[in-house]
Design a protein around this ligand. Sequence first.
Ligand code: G3I
Length: 358
Amino acid sequence: MHDWAITRRQLLRFSTASIVTAGVTSCRSLLATRSEASDQSDENNNRVILPSTCVPLNSECPLKDQAASRGLIYGAAGKYKTLSADLDLANVLAQECALLVPENDFKWQALRPGLNQFDFSRSDWMADFAMEREMLLRGHTLVWYKSLPRWVEEQVSVENGEAVMVDHIRTVAHRYAGRMHSWDVVNEAIAPEPTVENPWRPSPWLDWIGPDYVAKAFHAAHEADPEALLIYNENGLWWDAPEGEAKKVAVLRLLENLKTQGVPIHGVGIQSHLRGHLMEQFQPEKMRQFLQHVADLDLEIFISELDVRDTELPDDIEERDRLIAGAYQDYLSVILEQPAVSTIVTWGLSDRDTWHSK
Ligand code: G3I
């Protein structure tokens, strides 16, 4: 392991998100309130806002250990493109994270150049990186309506849809069997504004296989890798605008049905792409109830893609960091009350290449 000291200020240049996640997971009980945050200036005389009780980041106190002290796994998304080219980032990620989730390198777009072709060059590199750095590896994602190469729409249909999906899952999950902490087996199957009559998000897999595509995907994944935790991953669950509430109900109904059918599902991923300017839509009590309903189904809970969109926040960097820190603290303070929450993943460690800036 690199004995690679990095101050929190240096890491701030990577990501406010990680700092605040560290702050909440590690120092929440000690964390000074935002108003008590200490003001410091970094080597470039940029003011750096830190909760006064947060300890400087260094290899003696990495985020992963701070989270582990609360019984949590902390990890982050990473990309082959940046980790293979940026040793600084690779070292910080390995130092701070107990788990790596490839942001795009395990998606169909990356793995499948053709109907009868697989390209594991980037996914193998990511799996080897995780193993060499002694990190858990989380696969994302075996079945999704997005990130499908063009040939899928051209060569897959009702006739071969199920066979193509199951073959993909078996081939990919079998290749990494025994090395995976968890898989997002199915991602975002529920509509943004679901109804009782039709909760389903439009998806080629739904068209070709029907609603059972979800259960069939989980069975195929479990047959290919009986050891991996199998997760249903979903977005739009953190807020309580009308669609957020209906979505929680629809996701719970899906989970209950899967459990009733004996489908091998072990947990739920709540993506948690928070919007810094909409945090008033986060209703703690509704989230507490949702988390408890999921826990009552004997499912683990992953906060699977945590980040805060700051594009609508004030330009002033100190105010923006304060609002972002507040969003993380307000959200995670509720989430971390639920014992079924096992894993917190930020959707990236460095703001240098966050999807938000694309
Ligand atoms: O790799 C190609 C490159 O060869 C090409 O030149 C370039 C031109 O557009 O595209 C590159 O692929 C991009 C890929 O990221 C890798 O960088 C895709 O266009 C781009 O759409 C893709 O965006 C990713 C997106 O999912 C779609 O897969 C984002 O990085 C990623 O952060 C985002 O993550 C999703 C989760 O998987 C599911 N939950 C929501 C989350 C945010 O949208």
